[in-house]
Design a protein around this ligand. Structure first.
Ligand SMILES: C[S@@+](CC[C@H](N)C(=O)[O-])C[C@H]1O[C@@H](n2cnc3c(N)ncnc32)[C@H](O)[C@@H]1O
Length: 273
């Protein structure tokens, strides 16, 4: 018989996930929490979700597994394509200033966003020895997603919005056992560094960025968490840099440090371009 998650148990996981990741689970997510954690409860042969909660408060490795399971990781190549047109124009305008161009995918999930950025930069700036220097950093709280991202191996359907020329230029088509898969070209993969960063905590030293993508993650945060996260990231944004949020998200009422340039696209004042 299936073990059910009761309201007090849901409250325990809600508090835990909010405390760690800043993610706000609504009561409507009860079925989702139960569904996602059921296999772990079963795996350990536990009698209740309360027992699993106790286990993850005692074991850091299993706590990471629970956080991985409770985050929503939906993403795909060229998601919200207007942002990549904007990035192309931004990179082209910056081409001559000689400073390395750094772009951060700050909730990169399984990596499609970071690789899309890298494809646009490689196409705009080049990736040979004479090209202006550029790099992409992808970070996420989920170690499972970061592992997938580093591999750069995807089911072909995730690339449905990837323009054909990019697919041919920057991806290898799987054959034999890998049929139906695409692999991001190793040369492009070398341009993208993935690491674990929890946006709900003070940031490690990540350096300065010209563009930050913070897309489709603020939707899980409460206003005060959004504010804290955005302020931390703005601190890492160079003057004149771009800050992009998901099409259904806004920074209105969250910060006054950025200027709205277009819906979901913001700029940090200064920098002369
Ligand atoms: C829906 S995906 C968005 C992926 C991509 N940015 C996009 O727009 O396609 C949200 C990602 O945010 C990550 N996330 C949630 N809370 C986080 C936190 N506190 N710190 C870092 N990443 C977080 C999740 O693990 C998940 O991979």
């Amino acid at each position: 018989m299936d073990i059910t998650l009761d309201d007090t148990e849901l409250a325990l996981f809600k508090k835990l996930l909010y405390g760690i990741a800043g993610i706000h689970l609504t009561p409507a997510k009860k079925a989702l929490v139960q569904g996602r954690l059921a296999k772990r409860v079963k795996h350990y042969g536990l009698a209740s979700y309360r027992d699993y909660h106790r286990l993850i408060t005692e074991r850091e490795d299993e706590l990471q597994v629970a956080v991985d399971l409770l985050t929503t990781n939906e993403t795909y190549f060229f998601r919200e394509a207007k942002h990549f047109e904007w990035l192309r124009a931004f990179a082209a305008a910056r081409r001559r200033n000689g400073r390395p161009l750094r772009v951060w995918s700050a909730a990169s999930s399984s990596g499609e966003e970071a690789y899309t950025i890298a494809m646009v930069l490689a196409d705009t700036l080049g990736d040979g020895p004479m090209a202006p220097p550029w790099e992409v950093v992808g970070t996420d709280i989920s170690t499972r997603m970061l592992e997938q991202a580093r591999k750069g191996l995807y089911d072909q359907h995730r690339a449905r919005d990837l323009p054909r020329p990019y697919l041919h230029k920057y991806c290898l088509k799987g054959v034999g056992g890998q049929a139906g898969k695409i692999l991001v070209d190793p040369a492009l993969r070398r341009r993208v560094q993935f690491s674990q960063v929890n946006l709900n905590e003070p940031l490690p030293d990540v350096g300065g960025f010209d563009v930050i993508f913070l897309r489709n993650v603020m939707i899980y945060f409460q206003p005060e968490t959004k504010q804290r996260v955005v302020e931390r990231l703005i601190h890492c944004l160079r003057p004149g840099g771009g800050f992009l949020v998901g099409h259904s998200e806004t920074l209105s009422g969250i910060t006054r440090s950025l200027t709205a340039e277009a819906p979901s696209i913001y700029r940090k004042p200064g920098g002369g371009s």
